[in-house]
Design a protein around this ligand. Sequence first.
Ligand code: PNS
Length: 169
Amino acid sequence: MTQEKFSSRVAVYPGSFDPVTNGHVDIIKRGIRIFDEIIVLVAYNPNKKSLFTVEERIQMIRENIAEINGVRVDKHSGLLVDYLKSTGASIILRGMRALSDFEYEFQMALMNRRQTREIETVFLMSGFKWFYTTSKVIKEVASIGGSVKGLVPDNVNQKLLGKFNNGRR
Ligand code: PNS
């Protein structure tokens, strides 16, 4: 392992963000207290079928980070480590919720490290309020008419209502 210090503390916060939740925003706000810059990266997860287009997801994130200095949003459809190399960033930021996240996160972190030794994954514990908030559960509840108000930002709530109500009523 190299002893070299990272030159600037740019962290890439990757995810599907389909859609962004209050838990994600919480991690961004915690992260920017530690890092100089955070790039929220809408990345491709081949194991997930998405509800929102990449552009819709970017727009929803953008509206929620507009007032947080040092945070921007980007997209990438290839390997995460290649994105980091292309931007010169060395840190992957991920949120850790309940214990159930642990194994999945470790698999990814170790696989990313195997590919590029210079990259470190840093985990931040999400706020207690968001421990069981996942985009998957939010979409499920919203799709059958339940309320997810308070779990997602208002613009996301509106988008979900639009997506699911339009076809039904
Ligand atoms: O929000 P998610 O779906 O849990 O995020 C997973 C994500 C998008 C970070 C992961 O699938 C990813 O890194 N995708 C980019 C392609 C890649 O590098 N895959 C190998 C990860 S070990």
